[in-house]
Design a protein around this ligand. Structure first.
Ligand code: ADP
Ligand code: MG
Length: 698
């Protein structure tokens, strides 16, 4: 066993008590300590003469103790005060917590001390409260080194920073010799990166000539090296996956003139230039012998559904089956309706399979699918959860991909022998994030909206403007418009929220919207009830739909012109963008009202004002990424990727691109990482990715 795996308990000075506190913080082994990075650094390189300590701040000073002893205040509380002098001036060191005997024996007049701490002005003098002190008169018994660039570690409960520093220092000393660099030397040279050992050492104990600011910002060459490793590992996994996918024998699905003509005749509108382009990209992929792995990105309402339908018909025409997976029942249902109406009169069997399909019907459907009698199967998670078997599945379409993890994507694929995969997302993903999450996919973008759309006007509404808003909505309804009113749903109190929506529904019906037909839609309703309400809304029999967030994704009712989001501050930006995307789909002018709760934070206000300023999904997504941070953005954690701990895809884009390029080049050169120089790297990649996905090297 490597020393890196030994328990911290065996480090000098770490007993059972400390080791249990450390392990609560996830610090169990020497390796953990090596990768426990300082959260910041203190610059203790330069001593300041006491005369020059004239402003509050952090200082390193040296002096001789002039006097020392306890001071008691009238309140009965006391401090231990030590006065030092260096010939240029005086300063007071002050402790509120001290052990009198120990302090008395340590701080004796005449001793020389080196002091680091924050100085505060007090009655013309400067005081250091609870400073770090080192005796420099030879009597010191192994206290830490005080000078230089000193690391400050994240808090560990019950362990003083100085003790923690000592422990990590010893662990680093013990572990460093055992560290092996996973990157071959020539690669380091080409990338201009320092070695791993050197980097870890410098991160914990920087040389005196290091750039402190860069260290504090995680921008030092040593930090960058560690971040490079993280990104490289991630990208190697993705590159490897892509390599395996491309290598697979896929199903070539050429398109024939007749079906193309048939599709063209059926199109209810002219495709936009962007739609035409992505259709071409997709059809070209499907024709090739390799399985397609394509991400179709397009803002809410850009028209991805028709693209999916075209691809499906091309596959069906050659006698293959298609699976379309959507994240919610309503959306699956809607695709089913759309596909069915677009395909009317063709001999194509389209079926809908969700978790609320009755058992008996479900069994029948499943056997029809297995026998190959169902051509296009549209469904929810049920498609992967249940033991659905296909007889000749050749195309898998996953809608609103950000809702699904990698596992699910892969599992659905496994239902056929290397079917083509088309992943669609309406959350426009900033380039850097796409690179992280979908590094193994080719990307198509619909960057153009269908014609005749007027951008939605967005307004943040304060409580006091509510009456005016409803007056406006009434006018709009009289003009034939339709409105959604959405309530947030927070998991902890689903019942309460539901009550809020239900109460509001009742109140609106009797009050502000009296006389207008109103419907209620929420997640707890039976599937058939939901469908009924959405249908009535679509047909204009209901003019206001009060809803929980079940409508967030994909619902398409072009005649809707008003979206009201209650307690809008409770939603994330991309969610708000999705909701807003429900309106402005017909040619009519549309509005989105974001009603802010009574007490909202500055952060929330900032989020809402982003929505007022732009309707561009990419801008919104980018702001969201900045405000929320990347970890949260698409739920990377649940999606089966190795964690990114030190890297930050917003701050470190440049390293990310370089790592990505390098990873793809390595896999091209040595797909199995089998050459000796990649032995360590291969171990690293395998351990970081774990069994999360199919990443067994052969
Ligand atoms: P999304 O990309 O959000 O899934 P949809 O596919 O639901 O968007 O399309 C949104 C709306 O735009 C639908 O009502 C659809 O019929 C319409 N649409 C799509 N493409 C066009 C087009 N080229 N011209 C006119 N309307 C279109
Ligand atoms: Mg859609």
């Amino acid at each position: 066993m490597s020393v890196l795996e030994t328990s911290l308990q065996y480090i000098k000075g770490v007993g059972p008590k400390l080791s249990s506190r450390l392990s609560k913080r996830g610090l169990k082994t020497v390796r953990d300590a090596l990768y426990f990075f300082p959260r910041t650094y203190q610059d203790r390189r330069k001593k300041t003469p006491l005369r020059e300590v004239v402003r509050e701040g952090e200082y390193l000073v040296e002096g001789e103790i002039v006097s020392a002893g306890p001071v008691t205040y009238r309140s009965g509380k006391g401090t231990f005060d030590v006065v030092i002098s260096d010939g240029t001036g005086y300063a007071v060191l002050k402790w509120f917590n001290f052990h009198l005997e120990t302090w008395n024996s340590l701080y004796r007049p005449g001793r020389r001390v080196l002091v680091y701490g924050t100085a505060r002005g007090f009655l013309g003098n400067f005081e250091f409260l609870h400073p770090d002190v080192e005796f420099v008169d030879g009597e010191d018994k192994g206290l830490e080194r005080l000078t230089g660039i000193v690391p400050v570690y994240p808090e560990v409960e019950g362990i003083h920073q100085r003790t923690l520093r000592k422990i990590v220092e010893r662990a680093v000393e013990a572990g460093l010799p055992a560290v092996e660099d996973p990157l071959p030397e020539e690669l380091l040279r080409e990338e201009g990166l320092p070695g791993l050992k050197e980097s870890l050492r410098q991160i914990h104990r920087p040389d005196d000539d290091a750039d402190v600011e860069a260290l504090c910002d995680f921008r030092s060459p040593f930090h960058r090296r560690i971040i490079f490793d993280e990104f490289l590992t991630l990208q190697l996994g993705l590159a490897r996956r892509k390599y395996l996918a491309v290598k697979e024998q896929g199903i070539s699905i050429p398109w024939e003139k007749e079906i193309v003509e048939e599709i063209k005749r059926r199109l209810p509108f002219q495709l936009t230039e962007a739609q035409r382009r992505v259709v071409n990209e997709i059809l070209r992929d499907m024709k090739r012998g390799e399985p397609m792995n394509r991400l179709l990105q397009g803002d809410v309402g850009s028209g991805k559904t028709i693209v999916a339908w075209i691809a499906s018909l091309i596959a069906w025409n050659r006698g293959y089956q298609v699976a379309v997976m959507a994240p919610t029942e309503i959306l699956a249902e809607q695709h089913y309706i759309n596909f069915t109406s677009l395909s009317r009169g063709l001999n194509v069997k389209i079926v809908l399979l969700t978790s609320s399909t009755p058992p008996k019907e479900k069994e029948e459907l499943k056997s029809a699918i297995a026998r190959g009698e169902a051509d296009i199967v549209i469904g929810t998670h049920a498609l992967i959860q249940e033991d659905v078997e296909f007889s000749r599945l050749a195309l898998v379409i996953v809608d609103e991909q950000h809702r699904f993890g990698v596992y699910q994507r892969l599992k659905l694929r496994e239902k056929g022998s290397s079917p083509h995969l088309l992943v669609m997302t309406a959350t426009p993903i900033p380039r850097t994030l796409a690179m992280t999450l979908y590094g193994d996919l080719d990307v198509s973008v619909i960057d153009e909206m269908p014609p005749g759309r007027t951008p939605v006007t967005t307004k943040v509404i304060e409580e006091r403007d509510r009456a005016r808003m409803f007056a406006f909505i009434r006018e709009e309804l009289k003009r034939g418009g339709q409105a959604y009113i959405v309530f947030p749903l927070v998991e902890e109190s689903e019942k309460l929220d539901l009550k809020a929506a239900t109460d509001m529904y009742e109140k609106l019906r009797e009050g502000e919207l009296k006389g207008f037909p109103i419907g209620l839609l929420h997640g707890r309703m039976k599937q058939s009830e939901k469908e009924e309400v959405v249908r009535k809304f679509r047909e204009g029999k209901i003019s206001v739909l009060v809803s929980t967030t079940v409508i967030e994704v994909g619902v398409d009712v072009p005649s809707a012109t008003v979206m009201v989001v209650e307690n809008a501050e409770r939603f994330g930006l991309s969610q708000l963008h999705q909701l807003r995307g429900r309106v402005g789909r017909g040619g009519k002018k549309s509005w989105c009202f974001l009603v802010a709760g009574r007490k909202i934070s500055d952060d929330a206000r900032r989020r809402l004002s982003v929505m007022e300023k732009t309707t561009d999904g990419f801008r919104v997504a980018e702001e969201d990424l900045i405000i929320r941070g990347p970890g949260d953005f698409v739920g990377t954690r649940q999606s089966g990727f190795p964690d990114i701990i030190f890297g930050n895809i917003i701050r470190d884009t440049e390293i990310l691109s370089r790592a990505r390029e390098r990873a793809f080049r390595i896999i091209e050169e040595d797909p199995n990482l089998s050459s000796p120089k990649y032995r360590k790297l291969r171990e690293l990649v395998t351990s970081r990715w774990g069994n999360a996905i199919d990443f067994a090297f052969v």
